[in-house]
Design a protein around this ligand. Structure first.
Ligand code: A2P
Length: 340
């Protein structure tokens, strides 16, 4: 039994932590909910209890065994060292510690062995990376990979609970022809899309937390750099183009994979059918493939439309959809906690 604290408990991922801990009957001795001073005193239901949210402070972690943290990179940077000092293990959902060589970056279906190397903090990968790698890893094991090209179609949930609410309100306002003042997302989001708004590297790489090369945005470079770290293979050729689309939750990705060992579509389906955390969802006769609404609130990453890329030798396209808040964030973190 563990005493657990959730940092960022009122956020989109924080709320999902609560559902997943309850659903999976995580062995809890106690549960502490932490957020900003704005939320202190607010009551949140967990199972049959009402738990009062407390303000996150440096001394919030006395007696805590495990912290599930999802309040943003700067908050993790500031407060998670205090949690480790107090003796807790932190599973951190932000990007702040991910590329730190001292911090394991873990997807339990792929590199659970790395958890053992932790020194107090384990990082949860970027949501688009997790969703891409669940189907890619079994193909890498079975056939070897020469190159992966990912194009993402990312939901509002990746920008947090307030971005989801803003998309809802903006959609209603625009449908009714009313003006709308945005405060979270910088551009019109409803009935529109835009290249991912994570920081763009104009050449001064100091600005960019993950040192994306010139022209990439941070989200794209996360998918590349994190894949290398999780697979322990810096030579794997990965490329990504990230786009935000006006979907509330669940990211979609079009993946193009060039494999090393000669194979075919039937063998790829066979590997994916037995891949942990992956589910094939398609009804070819109805032209029906995975959609964000199919994945929302669900655990597996859904795959469909595996087909031969006619322009290259031994390359295949596939369509992948996964719930950004669940497997892309909270579920992956709770799975890490369960392994701990
Ligand atoms: P709050 O609701 O009090 O602002 P999301 O990713 O959905 O936007 O959620 C962010 C989470 O991080 C929320 O729980 C939010 O709490 C929390 N948070 C934001 N700023 C701070 C802060 N300065 N200290 C503690 N928690 C914070």
């Amino acid at each position: 039994m563990k005493s657990v604290a959730i940092a960022g408990a009122t956020g989109a991922v924080g709320q999902e932590f609560l559902s997943i801990l309850a659903e999976r009957n995580f062995p809890l001795k106690s549960l502490k909910l932490l957020a900003s001073s704005r939320s202190a005193g607010k009551k949140i239901k967990f199972k049959d209890e009402e738990i009062t949210v407390q303000e996150l402070k440096h001394d919030s972690f006395d007696g805590i065994d495990l912290v599930l943290s999802s309040a943003g990179g700067s908050i993790s940077k500031e407060y998670m060292p205090s949690a480790v000092k107090a003796g807790a293990v932190v599973v951190d959902n932000t990007s702040y510690f991910r590329m730190n060589p001292e911090v394991p970056l873990v997807i339990p279906e792929i590199n659970p062995q790395d958890i053992k190397k932790h020194k107090g903090i384990i990082a949860n990968p970027n949501c688009s990376t997790i969703i891409m790698l669940l189907p890619i890893f079994p193909l890498y094991k079975a056939f070897g990979i020469e190159r992966v090209q990912a194009c993402t179609y990312q939901a509002a949930s990746g920008a947090g609970a307030m971005a989801m609410e803003e998309l809802r309100l903006e959609s209603v306002a625009l449908a009714e022809g009313k003006p709308f003042k945005r405060t979270v997302i910088p551009y019109q989001y409803a009935f529109n899309l835009f290249p991912h708004n994570s920081s763009y590297n104009d050449g001064s790489s100091e600005k960019n937390a993950v040192h994306a090369p010139n022209g990439y945005c941070e989200e794209e470079w996360k998918m590349i750099a994190e894949t290398h770290k999780i697979f322990g293979d810096d030579n794997l050729r990965v490329n990504a183009s990230c786009v935000r689309v006006p979907v509330l939750r669940a990211h979609s990705e079009a993946l193009n994979v060039k494999l090393s060992k000669k194979t075919n579509v039937a063998e790829i389906y066979e590997v994916l059918r037995s891949a942990p955390g992956v589910e094939i969802l398609e009804e070819t006769s109805k032209n029906r493939w995975p959609m964000p609404i199919d994945a929302s609130g669900k655990d597996p990453v859904l795959v469909g439309r595996v087909r031969v890329d006619q322009s290259q030798d031994n390359a295949f396209d596939m369509w992948v959809v996964g719930d950004q808040i669940r497997k892309g964030a909270a579920l992956n973190a709770v799975q890490i906690a369960e392994l701990l």
